[in-house]
Design a binder for this molecule. Structure first.
Ligand code: CMC
Length: 390
């Protein structure tokens, strides 16, 4: 049956056409629907960019207001679903809680989850955007043993999320505008990144006819891995280990270069960017600014900068064109905001959600979409006869 190209990791194979995100990895360029990421991160909001990704154009003020309003109306979780969290250990990783709860969420909307019904698709787009942050905050609260708060629909998307995470029942919570804007910017930077592993997972699962909840739950699991979204957590763990071990940064870099115990410089390197990741540039710029504004000083930020400086001047990293990626500096900021390390990848998931939704919808609406079904090159035994038990 014809020629099958072998392409481990899909390094050379496009699985789809897409009109959503453009990346030029050599130049370090990232655009959503044609708009440079720098402009969006500076001037836009999470929901505005979500609209752009999902519907293809920037919204008018009215469209955005209506979108925001609809999302606020769908933030509540069914009370039974809230009890679902009690069945999981408080030690559970919040990413596992998140993907499980999104899968569980699907059971409440089975009657309205037909991927071929535009009304269902629209409704579940809103539901996912409204409820994922609530589930994420409950995963956080569960891990620290605090009571869940109800969403406060007088607040915008990011402020509501901050309150759900850091508010406590007995006190009035005041949103810090510096923290809110900083988080909004980080979320915007994560909103889409074309056919990365989790988005490809969402598309692959979606290609079977699975609904948005099932597809996105699968995407969350793909994001969890340390080579993908899990890298932001792994960076902080790495920085902490270097600090606690007393090992010099230079010595750590030597171990990476020698590939000792498979140790990598987490938060460095990218399949597509062979230049500075434009998102990392923006995150780095805001790290100092945000920490100062929040009145936090963290030696791990200095350690990260030292590590970057040494790596960028080292032939190993230069030859392989390894630069900091988006995950290198985000963790330091999330930490300064008060998020525990294990929540970092959950924040990435909230950021990436509009991209997953947009890509799922693009694939579902594309008549060329077929079930994703890679080929293999078989290298096993030739035909042989069953000999019976010896
Ligand atoms: N530290 C040390 N060496 C590295 C690193 C690193 N972080 N990344 C790549 N290399 C080396 C790799 O060992 C290989 O060397 P050699 O040619 O001697 O075998 C060479 O660079 C090429 O790397 P590769 O593994 O073929 O590249 P890839 O495109 O398959 O992998 C990557 C991309 C992101 C998985 C990888 O760079 C990596 O593991 N980075 C660390 C994890 C990380 O930060 N992930 C976040 C990615 S960005 C945001 C996201 O998706 O979440």
């Amino acid at each position: 049956t014809g020629y099958t190209a072998l392409d481990y990791g899909f390094v050379n194979t496009a699985a789809t056409k897409s009109a959503i995100t453009y990346i030029d990895g050599d130049q370090g360029v990232l655009r959503y629907r044609g708009y440079p990421i720098e402009q969006l991160a500076k001037n836009s909001t999470y929901l505005e960019v979500a609209w752009l990704l999902i519907y293809g154009e920037l919204p008018t003020a009215d469209q955005l207001g209506e979108f925001d309003e609809k999302i606020r109306r769908h933030t509540l979780l069914h009370e039974d679903l809230k009890r679902f969290f009690s069945a999981l250990p408080h030690t559970a990783h919040p990413m596992s809680v998140l993907s499980s709860a999104v899968s569980a969420l699907s059971t409440y909307y089975e009657h309205q989850s037909d991927p071929n019904n535009p009304e269902h698709v629209e409704l579940n787009t809103i539901r996912m955007l409204a409820k994922l942050p609530v589930i994420a905050a409950y995963a956080h609260k569960k891990s620290i043993g605090q009571a869940f708060l109800y969403p406060d629909n007088s607040l915008g998307f990011v402020d509501n999320f901050l309150k759900l995470n850091f508010g406590v029942l007995s006190e009035v919570y005041q949103v810090d505008p510096v923290m809110s804007r900083a988080l909004e910017r980080l979320l915007i930077l994560h909103e889409d990144h074309e056919q990365n592993a989790s988005t490809s997972t969402v598309r692959l699962v979606g290609s079977t006819g699975a609904n948005q909840f099932s597809s996105i739950s699968a995407g969350i699991n793909a994001l969890y891995g340390p080579l993908h979204g899990g890298a932001n957590e792994a960076v902080l763990d790495m920085l902490g280990r270097i600090r606690d071990s007393g090992e010099s940064v230079q010595r750590f870099v030597e171990r990476v270069k020698n590939k000792e115990d498979g140790v990598k410089l987490m938060g460095f390197g990218h399949r597509v960017y062979k230049n500075y990741d434009p998102r990392a540039k923006l995150v780095k710029e805001s790290a100092d600014e945000v920490l100062n504004a929040l009145g936090v000083s963290d030696p791990l930020l200095d350690l990260a900068k030292e590590l970057e400086e040494i790596a960028l001047n080292d032939a190993y990293f230069q030859e392989r064109r390894l630069y900091p990626n988006v995950d290198f500096y985000t963790g330091v900021i999330y930490k300064a905001m008060g998020f525990p390390t294990r929540m970092f990848t959950v924040l990435f998931a909230i950021g990436r959600l509009p991209g997953w939704l947009a890509q799922w919808r693009e694939a579902a609406g594309d008549p060329q979409t077929k079930i994703g079904r890679p080929q293999q090159l078989y290298v096993g035994a030739e035909e042989r006869n069953y000999p019976g038990l010896s």
